[in-house]
Design a protein around this ligand. Sequence first.
Ligand code: NA7
Length: 550
Amino acid sequence: MNNKIEIYDLIIIGAGFAGLYSLHKAKLQNLKTIVIEKASDVGGTWFWNRYPGARCDVESMQYSYQFSKDIEEQWEWTEQYSTQPEILKYANHVADKLNLRENINFNTEVISAHFIEDANMWKIIDNNNNILNSKFCIMATGCLSKIHQPNFKNLESYTGQIYHTGEWPHKNVNLKNKIVGVIGTGSSAIQTIPEIINDVKKLYVFQRTPHYTVPARNRKLKYFGKKISNTNKSPVGYDTDLFVEEIKAKYSEFRTKAKNSFAALAMPINKENALEVSEDRRQEVYEKRWEMGGTPFITAFLDLNTNRNSNETAAEFVRSKIQSIVKNDKVAKELLPNYPIGCKRLAVDTDYYKTFNNPKVSLVNIKNNPIKEFTSAGLIVNEKIYNLDVVIMATGFDAMTGALLNMDIRGRNNLSLKHKWKNGPRTFLGLTTEMFPNMFMVSGPGSPSVLTNMIVSIEQHVDWIFDCIQYLKANKFNTIEPSLKDENSWVEHNKSVANDHVRSSCNSWYLGANIEGKPKVFMPYVGGFPEYVKKCNEISKNNYKGFILK
Ligand code: NA7
């Protein structure tokens, strides 16, 4: 046991986009800070999710930091939707440019974080038994960072290779001429499957629930190669050529537009309601969105998220597309989702449905006949044995709370976060939780986070946290934590906005429904980014009303 105790102003857990920006802000405020990161390098989700075809579903020109004009100007994205390697390169570029690595402990995992009341300090113990003390603690642990590995019977007896998309190895995985099974058909599987089909000898796709996905229609970004001072062209380029200089010339206007939109994402909005237009008009709009590609499909009409009958028209349109793309009627039928579109996060793909026309692919419906068990050579479904050289688990994450509850976090009175959240997460603004003073979460449950462009949400959270730390210092307060009353009303407000929303109408990871035994609580705030920011700003402007400052 190493008893050396280091004392910091701030400890940040995680070196993904939230951790990196937090560290940058901490350095600007001259706070003695250390970041603890489990991985061997920066990047968070983009460090781990390096499976074939991994790509962001938010446009690159939007999925990037805006706090530094320099970085914004210099960095050159190459595609409309960036690949995982390019995003990781960007994270590395930011870390290098801002000189962040010297304050990051890589290959280190936090085991526990306990608030020591007498000293008003967080005591953190890592996997090397190092003890670190700190006044403030920022959990930049990510929303999709603890993988979900279902506990399949006899999994340990399987002698083939197993890879989880969320912990894909750094070495090249050779799938050439292999018989491969993919378990799960969420976004990760939807990106992986078309990417590996040419290599494999045979691909079995084990599907429990069909997912909706729309074509990305990803393209290379174009460069004029010259600086443009102004332009009238809309920077939202889903259905036009994308010239980077034109976007950059209007970048701040573009970013403001995004921040004022529901998902902190600038995308084309149609103000019509789906059932208030003619059938012809509806089809015309859906066709155009389908051709345009990407998540703007879900903003084809204003009421798709709020009116189930309207939503059904969009769902039916996608079903008809599936049936027209997939040639085998039986397979097409198995691929049809039967719940509201957008309830599970809408995926964007390149040739996903088309891949099912390839004779190498077999779709295995495991809805009513789950995987019974693994054998040494494969797995059994409905008494049929599938021999597999490789199994790809595309089974998702213990989202939003998984990484936090994986650590032994204790607040005042030795209260554990696990205990406090036993019936679901409870936060004030998704930033803080009562009984855990000076502990901040970036994009925590109860904030818009995963329902928005994550980087915009991250910057907003980090800015709010550092304004708060500055305020505490300037006003000589030692601690901040939310009042129980205000936390309760935030939790109730979250519940009420989620109640009738389409997002909470099916079993999704937003609801914790993918993890056995996890309380079913809709975790992200679904009231929209602008509304949320307004609330956060009101609170800070009112001397942190709703918080107890000591
Ligand atoms: P998702 O979207 O949670 O998908 C996981 C998939 O794995 C989904 O199809 C699940 O079926 C399936 N799954 C999970 N557990 C099992 C078991 N026990 N048996 C069979 N199938 C199972 O994770 P992704 O990694 O694809 O995407 C996560 C997010 O990353 C995504 O939303 C984007 O934001 C990026 P189910 O639907 O639960 O029936």
